[in-house]
Design a protein around this ligand. Sequence first.
Ligand code: A2P
Length: 315
Amino acid sequence: MKFLKYRNGDQMPILGLGTWQAAAGEVYHAIREAIDIGYRHIDCAAVYGNEKEIGKALKDAIKEGSVERQDLWITSKLWGSNHGRANVLPALRQTLDDLQLDYIDLYLIHWPVPLKKGVFFPNSLNDFAFDTAPLSDTWAGMEDAVDKKLARHIGVSNFGPKHLERLMHKARITPENNQVEIHAYNQQPDLVSYCQSKGIHLTCYSPLGSMDRPDRLKKDGDPMLLQDKVIANISRTNKVSPAQVLLANLFKNNIAAIPKSVNPRRLKENFESVDVHLLPEQMEHIRQVNKGRRFFDGAYWVVPNGPLTYETLWE
Ligand code: A2P
C-alpha cells in the first residue's frame, strides 16, 4: 500500500473504501470483505445514513481479530445542519457512537455550506446559516475536536482555493485534507496544485465516475468514464481493468481515492490498482482526456434568491 503522510507523521492509505450509496444490508459485508482483502482506510459520512452498520462491521472485525483499531484510518464528515462551533462536538460524538469508535482519524466539513438546524437540503434563502454559523466558527469546533483528541486530523470537502484561503486566514490548525470530485474527466489541476503547494492532501470521490449516483443527479449526455477510449486502450495494453487505470493514475499523482464498491471481485480489483504501473506517456494521455466535467455540480445548493451561485460555491 502507498500512504500519504500527515504533518505529525501519521500515514493515510492512499486507497480507501467509499461508502456513499453502499446500501443498508450491503455495507456490513462490504466492510468485512474489504478488511479481509487488506483495505485499512474507510471513508464515511453522517449524511450517508449507514454509519451504524459500518460501526457494527468495524467492531466485529476488530473483535474477531481481522484488524486492529490503530491500523485503520476512518474518515467521517460533518453535515451543514451541524455547522457552528457548539454543534461540532455533539455531531462528532454521534458519529463516533454510531461507528463504535473512540476517535476518528480524519473529520471533514462536508461542504462549505452552513444550514439551519434540521435542514437537510435548502429550499430557500432562509435555510442557510452563513450569518449564524460562519465557516470560521465551525472550524473552531473542528479544532476543539482535535484538542479533545476525538479527531486526529481535520479537513474539508468540496472546498475551492478561495474557501480554503478564507478558512486558513483564521485557522489555528491548517486543514490537512480536502476531499473533492477528481477523476480523469474532472482533473481540477489548479485546485490540485494549490492544495499540494499548501500541504493539504487531496482525496477524490467518484474516481470511477459514480455510475450508481441517483437518477436525479444524472444528466442527459453524461459521459461514461469507465468506457472512455483512451482508458480502454491503456487497459488493454497493460492487461488491467479500466477502473485500475483510473485509480492508478490518481495514486501516481499522490491523490488518495475512495472508490465505492460492495462487490467482492471489484473490491479486490480496486485494491490491486495500487500496484498497477503506468508509463509517463500513458499518464500524459489520461491528462488529455480532462473535460472539466463534474458529475456533482452542487445544484442542490444553488436555490432561487439563495446566497450561492455555481461560481461562489466552487470558488
Ligand atoms: P459496485 O458497488 O456494484 O461495485 P465511484 O467510486 O466513482 O462513486 O463509483 C462507484 C460505482 O462504480 C458503483 O456503481 C460500483 O458498483 C462501481 N464500481 C466499483 N468498482 C468498480 C470496478 N472495479 N469496475 C467497474 N465498476 C466498479
